[in-house]
Design a protein around this ligand. Structure first.
Ligand code: NAP
Length: 272
């Protein structure tokens, strides 16, 4: 069965829209874009469009690629102190001369809609409700819950250990009482590990999950998104071969991608 991220994301966006329409304060998301990376410009534009659709105000703050680190930090502090701004997102990647970690740690945890600040990551790690969960893993948990897929007690394999997907994903599964194996490029016998999993989340960016690796009736979540040698958008999972064996599978595109946007809008609608 297909895990239809597109359909579920529209339901979540409808809920967010309704909630926003009833709020006393209109949420206002500030998106900082440094430089002119074309992919980042598209991501930022899509976030603005999604915000508009659910009634969240948004402002794109475009800064020169050569901006000094202190100037960027100053801008973030200004937004932290601006009571009209309820969410702040700094589009990554940043130019090489800027320390990403300094930028992230400057954002107020109560406006950190990406859930990347140490306070939010730390809360997730010790099992206290953070102000915000990172959008992609939160979107995946939302998708699993919409399809009533049992997480508690499940054996889960997460492939990829990035701070934006793999690590918070593993932590969220642990907090939902799953047993988690977190794999990466140094993992031995990846295939054996995947074979034991009730739920597999692959966040690598390469074709890595093939048919003979997966357990019958398992659940496969494909986070990866990249272009194959023919320029076609594809994911980490060999969809056509894996699909007949498993119980649920998320497609690319139309799976985790739209869930990430919906999850981000859910975050952007929260006001502290
Ligand atoms: P990343 O930071 O590049 O991390 C990739 C991870 O994959 C690393 O932990 C790496 O291990 C691991 N890896 C690489 N080769 C491997 C192998 N052969 N076996 C096992 N693990 C391997 O990537 P990311 O930012 O998490 O993104 C991953 C993919 O998801 C990308 O395609 C990205 O475009 C996509 N993505 C999609 C969404 C969405 O909304 N749909 C959101 C975020 C990301 P090491 O740590 O050992 O290097």
């Amino acid at each position: 069965m297909l895990l239809d991220g597109k359909k579920v994301s529209l339901e979540i966006l409808d809920d967010v829209k309704e909630r926003v329409s009833k709020m006393n304060v209109t949420p206002h998301l500030a998106v900082i874009l440094v430089g002119d990376n074309p992919a980042s410009e598209i991501y930022v534009r899509n976030k603005k469009l999604a915000a508009e659709k659910v009634g969240i105000m948004s402002s794109i703050i475009k800064l020169d690629a050569n901006i000094k680190e202190e100037e960027l930090l100053h801008k973030i502090k200004e937004l932290n102190n601006n009571p009209n701004i309820t969410g702040i997102l700094v589009q990554l990647p940043l130019p090489g001369h800027i320390d990403k970690n300094k930028v992230i740690t400057t954002i107020s945890p109560k406006k950190d809609v990406d859930g990347f600040t140490p306070e939010n990551v730390g809360k997730l790690s010790i099992g206290i409700e953070p102000y915000f969960y990172p959008a992609t893993p939160q979107g995946i948990i939302m998708l699993l819950k919409k399809y009533n897929i049992k997480i508690e007690g499940a054996d889960v394999v997460v492939i990829g250990r990035s701070t934006i997907v793999g690590k918070p994903m593993a932590q969220m599964f642990i907090n939902n009482n799953a047993t988690v194996t977190l794999c990466h490029s140094y993992t031995k016998d990846l295939e054996d590990k995947i074979k034991t999993a009730d739920i597999v989340v692959s966040a690598v960016g390469k074709k890595i999950v093939r048919c003979k690796m997966v357990k019958k009736n398992s659940v496969i979540i494909d986070v990866g998104i990249f272009r194959d040698s023919n320029g076609k958008l594809t994911g980490d999972v060999d969809f056509d071969l894996v699909e007949p064996t498993v119980k649920y599978i998320s497609p690319v595109p139309g799976g985790v991608g739209p869930m990430t946007i919906a999850s981000l809008m859910y975050n952007a609608s929260k006001v502290y």
